[in-house]
Design a protein around this ligand. Sequence first.
Ligand SMILES: Nc1nc2c(c(=O)[nH]1)N[C@H]1C(S)=C(S)[C@@H](COP(=O)(O)O)O[C@H]1N2
Ligand SMILES: [Mo]
Length: 384
Amino acid sequence: MNNYTAPTRRDLIRAGFAGAGVIALDRFSPALFAAGEPDDATIPFIDPQPIDPKRPMVKWQDLRDWITPQPEFFAVSHYGPAHVSTDGWKLRAEGCVRHELEWSLDQLRSRPKKEITATLECSGNGAGAGFMGAIGNARWAGASLADLLKEAGVKPEAIEVAFWGADSGKEKIRNKEYEQNFARSLSLDDANKSDVLVAWEMNGKPLPAGHGFPLRLIVPGWYGIAWVKWLSRIEVRDRRLMNRFMARDYVTIRGHRNGQTIEWTETSVGPLNVKSLLGRVSRRADGSVRITGAAWSNQPIIRVELKIDDEKWVEVELQQQSEAPHAWTFWSYEWKNPPAGEHVLVCRATDAAGRVQPAADDDVIKLKQTYWEANQQYPRKIRL
Ligand SMILES: Nc1nc2c(c(=O)[nH]1)N[C@H]1C(S)=C(S)[C@@H](COP(=O)(O)O)O[C@H]1N2
Ligand SMILES: [Mo]
């Protein structure tokens, strides 16, 4: 693999998971980089990034908040948002289980509550210039999925767990139409990870209707497609679900060079890839320029580098959230004595698995045929 550089112990210490010396930031750190500097002036990007201003999205050049403000949190629904009435509402567990179970919302809420801060990114984020802010970081709370599965008793023949949403629509499969509910599945191992939640809270409040009220799945480290909203049924299965969202639509087709030939593979969209984006560029009182952004992956981020014009890559400072390994990491860089004129800035992240965010002309992106999983570096232009 040409993108691999093994993280050193120094990298790991710096990233905060091999030893002491890391300051744990407040979980709700409201304004990590603006703190104490209310007057720094935003320098706008001059390359167009045409985002519909009415569509909730992260506005990168205003990026300040580690927890994404609710009005900026994107929403995606394939069949339109479901409006679920909680009268008589129950979550069911069925399929390859010893006991088919049902829980009311009150029964779920009386279980031990787990809270996790995790970043949710749509796998289509970054695939087109108008769709760059389909990401957000929130504090989610709910019950452990592993505990619910344990209570229902998973039978030995089970291999995966499917999560069914209350929303449905017509799907055409081999020339025939079928009414289908939204559904995604996870392998038993992935479903039993301790941080997978059936959540009823987002940032301390009941889930908003558009984000899955009353219940959704939280799958830290996975693309949004796995985070099933309006969750109504947990089905333990002895064979793989191969619906639109597992095997037809949310599929990435990539080419891999093997000597003179290219081999093509189709894989289901799954865990997050390593990625970073530039957020805000601002002028400080002393004339220097501050560049901030975010980085995320399904592994902790150990390094983010910045390239200014044709200079060498330089390392930026990470504000690692050691308590929240599946939340995005904010970073910043102080550019002293920046020359006037136009500049191109680009960042790239490296994660604890040693994966480096690819450039747009690296094979892993260049030979990607489909829209999803667009984690390439994204250069931005400014004028000073
Ligand atoms: N039931 C259901 N869950 C769903 C979807 C959907 O259409 N229906 N969309 C998925 C996709 S593609 C994404 S990116 C996330 C978006 O979550 P959000 O709307 O809370 O931002 O929800 C996922 N969960
Ligand atoms: Mo998505």
